[in-house]
Design a protein around this ligand. Structure first.
Ligand SMILES: Nc1ncnc2c1ncn2[C@@H]1O[C@H](COP(=O)(O)OP(=O)(O)O)[C@@H](O)[C@H]1O
Ligand SMILES: [Mg+2]
Length: 346
């Protein structure tokens, strides 16, 4: 495959020691919103601020759940995919190296992982509050999501990094059980374990459709087969997003990417950011569809089928979380979508 990596001085680096050799400051970051267990440091190299993220298989449950044991961002880096993102993105990773702590005495659990050196994009990130984001920023996120999808429309197997099946199992009882067996103290897998059994009480009509799929997403993936796929980032959560001074979208946290249904990215965005979106879900879906069409993608005849299935899929990912929140308008909306999509399953 052609090497499309960006030019620059970082490519000869083989390990973390080499990456940080020129650092004049190094500070471990504790107060960041990530939930994965990844360790972050802030560095200064040549007077520029960087963030070093350690994806350590022994510490990071999202990495284990992805099934991509070297670390998905390392694979993207090595394949040159990050360098091919459309210009509307500010992707901060400047280098990625394998990191294996086996034999160092630091590994408790499976050994392996990678480290990512990123430009520090903190000033541009969406602030961590409960406030709705500005309408213009939200509109731009949808537009740039469509740009990403249009760029890699019907992409080939080199974009297979994390399979769709794993994305639908990331927040399932399988993950919760695997993490419990490892003695992992991470909060999210414990909430997943607590939330799924509640769904049957809180939203029984949704649970009938969604709970079996959270155990075996096979029927959902089969039903999506035959609708278009592209390269999906799969974690368009506001904590992973920002807007730089040039209006580009900052996109962090490339840990579950791969080939998948474009509308799965949109459905995740609507589900995980629901309390902070300045627009109705219907209007947001319409805005994304317009953005995709404006980039030359024909949204017929597959749109309605894929949309229905991906909205159901979002509840396969977040049923536990919506159940913990109790039955409200939000859960009612998703329940209605899940029930409506059920006949599309084989
Ligand atoms: N390159 C970066 N520049 C500035 N802040 C960053 C950078 N990368 C991560 N962070 C901060 O750390 C948080 C967690 O990092 P992220 O890669 O999203 O990890 P997690 O997988 O734990 O969510 C982000 O939400 C952001 O606040
Ligand atoms: Mg994150």
């Amino acid at each position: 495959m052609t090497d499309l990596r960006p030019s620059g001085g970082w490519h000869g680096y083989r390990d973390v020691a080499e990456l940080v050799a020129g650092a004049t400051e190094r500070l471990v970051l504790d107060e960041v919103p990530g939930k994965s267990g990844a360790g972050l440091e802030r560095l200064v190299i040549d007077g520029q601020r960087y963030v070093l993220k350690h994806l350590d298989l022994a510490q990071d449950w999202t990495m284990r759940a992805s099934g991509c044991l070297p670390g998905a961002p390392l694979v993207l880096w090595q394949r040159g995919i990050l360098a091919r993102l459309p210009d509307c993105f500010n992707q901060p990773i400047v280098a990625a190296v394998p990191e294996n702590r086996a034999g160092t005495g630091q590994a408790r659990g499976p050994a392996g992982g990678c480290a990512l050196l990123m430009r520090d994009v903190a000033p541009w990130l969406v602030p961590v509050t409960d406030e709705p984001i500005p309408a213009g920023q939200h509109a731009r996120f949808l537009d740039h999501m469509a740009a990403l999808h249009a760029e890699f429309w019907q992409c080939g197997p080199e974009f297979d990094v994390v399979p769709g099946m794993h994305r639908y199992l990331e927040l399932s009882l399988w993950t919760a059980e695997a993490e419990a067996a490892l003695g992992s103290a991470h909060v999210v897998p414990q909430l997943v374990a607590k939330g799924w059994p509640l769904l049957a009480e809180v939203a029984p009509a949704a649970a009938v459709v969604v709970t079996p799929l959270a155990r075996d997403p096979g029927p959902l993936l089969e039903a999506l087969d035959g609708t278009p796929h592209t390269f999906v980032h799969s974690n368009w959560k506001l904590d992973n997003l920002g807007t730089d001074d040039a209006g580009r979208t900052v996109l962090l946290d490339w840990e579950q990417p791969g080939r998948g249904a474009p509308l799965s990215d949109l459905a995740w965005y609507l589900a995980i950011n629901c309390r902070r979106l300045p627009q109705s879900k219907e209007a947001a879906i319409g805005a994304y569809q317009d953005a995709l069409s404006s980039r030359g993608i024909d949204t017929e005849p597959w749109w309605e089928r894929q949309l229905s299935l991906c909205l159901l899929g979002a509840l396969v990912q977040f049923g536990w979380e919506k159940a913990l929140g109790g039955y409200d308008e939000e859960l009612m909306w998703w329940e209605e979508k899940a029930v409506r999509a059920a006949p599309l399953l084989g």
